[in-house]
Design a protein around this ligand. Structure first.
Ligand code: 13P
Ligand code: SF4
Length: 343
């Protein structure tokens, strides 16, 4: 079968490609329909060959689709893990399969390396919710109050920031400052969650994740009513009424570790769609109830544009050096806080 795609033209599902990708499909057979495999397999095979030739490494966020996450990613994880892996890699080229702020963070930590993102449209509603000028105005309004910024922001916003955090370390970062008040940007719900876990006063912004803000507490109550014994895991970008219903609140990797540790009979991950597919592959004994709120930005990344990115060294992530220097400091300070600990 010949496949049209955005890479260099046509790819055949030959017996050689079928054999080379068979172990991957064996893993994915419960989450990728058999009819789709002849489309994915030639692209997976081509990407895996090309990245080896080019000394490239593929970093994938937990929300990438299973054929990317299990088919071509060398390393995967939540935003904190991706930042740490980007800081440590020896590869000369990084292809970031995730959204733009993740690729920018990888570039901040690797100014000399080539960092590619396969689609420039892969944005984030939180990153779009605040500008560097907004942060400067807040600092004027609250002089001397440190600014803690979620990693889901642009480099220009990070440059105005004292320290970054992710959903995995937000409480730890806020407490590391040893102050009684911080400005926490831009995720209102994550900020409220942090405020509920610490005595530090948290000044909030009204940014929201367009995926997580759609979940409701009533929806979670309905999961409990319809699925006996279900364990409810939620991402802290969800609204407070959702988090109040959850058995566990944590980053995407925090949720994955929780499932690995607790091995519940039934679980629902209140977060983006692809997470459950990716995790269920590792834990076939766990029943995943799968509500589907999809992140349209994460879904801009496809096998086809990953191949195109590798073939054309595009799209290169570049950051103004003066902005980058200040933004880098806020990310490095965050990594320093967690040094030696498991995220
Ligand atoms: P994590 O850092 O928990 O993976 O979250 C990133 C994100 O964008 C969640 O929507
Ligand atoms: Fe941004 Fe939400 Fe998508 Fe995560 S899920 S990238 S926070 S829009």
């Amino acid at each position: 079968m010949a496949i049209e795609n955005r890479g260099s033209g046509q790819f055949d599902y030959t017996p050689e490609v079928a054999a080379a990708t068979a172990p991957i499909y064996e893993k994915l057979k419960d989450v990728v329909p058999e009819i789709e495999w002849p489309v994915h397999a030639p692209l997976i095979d081509a990407i895996n060959r090309l990245k080896a030739q080019k000394d490239a490494i593929i970093l994938a966020h937990n929300y990438q689709t299973p054929e990317i996450f299990h088919g071509v990613a060398d390393l995967s994880g939540d935003s904190l893990a991706l930042a740490k892996q980007a800081a440590e890699t020896e590869a000369q080229m990084i292809v970031l399969c995730g959204v733009h702020f993740m690729a920018e963070t990888a570039k901040l930590l690797n100014p000399e390396k080539t960092v590619l993102i396969p689609d420039l449209e892969a944005g984030c509603s939180l990153a779009d919710s605040i500008t560097a000028e907004d942060v400067r105005l807040l600092k004027e309004r609250y002089p001397g109050v440190p600014v803690v910024t979620y990693i889901n922001t642009t480099a220009a916003v990070k440059a105005e920031t004292d320290i970054c955090c992710t959903s995995a370390n937000a409480v730890e970062v806020v407490e590391s400052l040893g102050v009684d008040r911080v400005i926490f940007l831009p995720d209102e719900y994550l900020g409220k969650h942090v405020a509920s876990k610490t005595n530090v006063e948290v000044i909030l912004w009204k940014g929201h994740c367009e995926v997580h803000e759609r979940f409701t507490g009533a929806e979670l109550k309905a999961f409990r009513a319809h699925h006996a014994g279900i364990q409810v895991l939620a991402h802290p970008e969800c609204p407070p009424d959702v988090l109040a219903e959850a058995d566990f609140v944590g980053s995407t990797s925090g949720m994955i570790r929780w499932v690995g540790r607790e091995r519940p009979n039934r679980v629902v991950m209140v977060t983006e769609c692809s997470m459950s597919d990716n995790v269920s592959v590792e834990y076939p004994d766990v029943e995943f109830i799968r509500p589907c709120n999809l992140c349209p930005h994460m879904k801009q990344i496809t096998l086809s544009n990953i191949l195109w990115a590798l073939e054309n060294d595009q799209y290169r992530v570049e950051i103004d050096p003066q902005v980058a220097e200040r933004a880098r400091r806020s990310v490095e300070r965050m990594i320093e806080v967690g040094r030696g600990k498991n995220s």
